[in-house]
Design a binder for this molecule. Structure first.
Ligand SMILES: C[S@@+](CC[C@H](N)C(=O)[O-])C[C@H]1O[C@@H](n2cnc3c(N)ncnc32)[C@H](O)[C@@H]1O
Length: 258
């Protein structure tokens, strides 16, 4: 058996429940050194020497917070999907008086921060990743420190450790990125809060929703309008490393009305 096969077996056994246990974290480091595998890493991570990959089930992300029960776990959006989504949203912006540079970008449930890193390549006013799990937030900060050694289009980039429901949105136009970080009950509470916030401000709140599982919930909300909707293709490299074997995914862009 090759060392890669060995590693993958151990990796699968460890990942779902044990990755974030501090003791097992040491084991993961030990196993990685013992069985170095390039195949287990996402091409984005290999290219940029960061750690944004992996699939972590919700029960491996418990923090003691009352909203843990709503978490849907960690899996990062493919870079090609993210870039496709930004292109779709930017095209929708052309019909409005606002431009990308007017907006703050907020990733709701940023995990290890892949979307935050990618968003810094655009001229956003500010880029923020909000993450409930402290270990993931720490990994995201580490990735970000490394990433920001290079010149990026946006320099105001940060990771906020905390709950999406209590995170104060920045003033001015805001675009939220959402990839099913939590399940329906929490999504409903979060949307109610967004509707309230949008009603009290004049600047737009847009939502880029990747793989919109709760689309019906959003379209049933009168204060939310659909700006665009499309199937986006993953790049061949992203598709080859996708844990679910997908080559396309849907993205819907919404605007909260004020
Ligand atoms: C499916 S991952 C998405 C990661 C990233 N947004 C992306 O698209 O690559 C969802 C993340 O949301 C986080 N999360 C779950 N519930 C949360 C909450 N109430 N507040 C903030 N983050 C939360 C999880 O810990 C996980 O890292």
């Amino acid at each position: 058996m090759s060392t890669d096969t060995h590693f993958l077996r151990l990796w699968r056994w460890f990942t779902p429940h044990r990755l974030l246990n501090p003791a097992s974290g040491r084991w993961i480091g030990f196993l990685r050194r013992l069985f170095p595998s390039r195949e287990a890493r996402h091409p984005f991570d290999r290219a940029h020497r960061v750690d944004t990959g992996g699939l972590i089930y919700a029960d491996g992300l418990a923090t003691g917070h009352e909203h843990d029960i709503h978490s849907s776990g960690y899996y990062a959006t493919a870079p090609s999907l993210f870039r496709g989504a930004i292109k779709l949203w930017s095209a929708a912006l052309e019909a409005s008086p606002y431009r990308l540079a007017d907006y703050s970008f907020v990733d709701i449930g940023c995990g290890k921060g892949r979307m935050v890193l990618l968003a810094s390549e655009y001229v956003f006013r500010e880029v923020i990743g909000v993450e409930l799990n402290p270990q993931l937030a720490a990994v995201a900060r580490r990735n970000l420190r490394w990433w920001m050694r290079r010149k990026r289009a946006c320099r105001h980039v940060r990771i906020a450790h905390g709950d999406a429901l209590s995170f104060p949105l920045p003033d001015g136009p805001v675009v939220l990125f959402f990839f099913n970080s939590f399940e329906e009950e929490m999504a409903r509470m979060w949307l109610d809060r967004l509707v309230e916030i949008a009603a009290a401000r004049s600047a737009p709140i847009d939502l880029i929703y990747m793989h919109p599982e709760h689309h019906k919930l959003l379209t049933a909300t009168p204060a939310i309008q659909v700006l665009a909707d499309a199937q986006i293709a993953l790049s061949p490299a992203d598709a080859a490393s996708d844990a679910f074997g997908i080559s396309f995914d849907r993205c819907t862009i919404y605007r909260l009305l004020n």
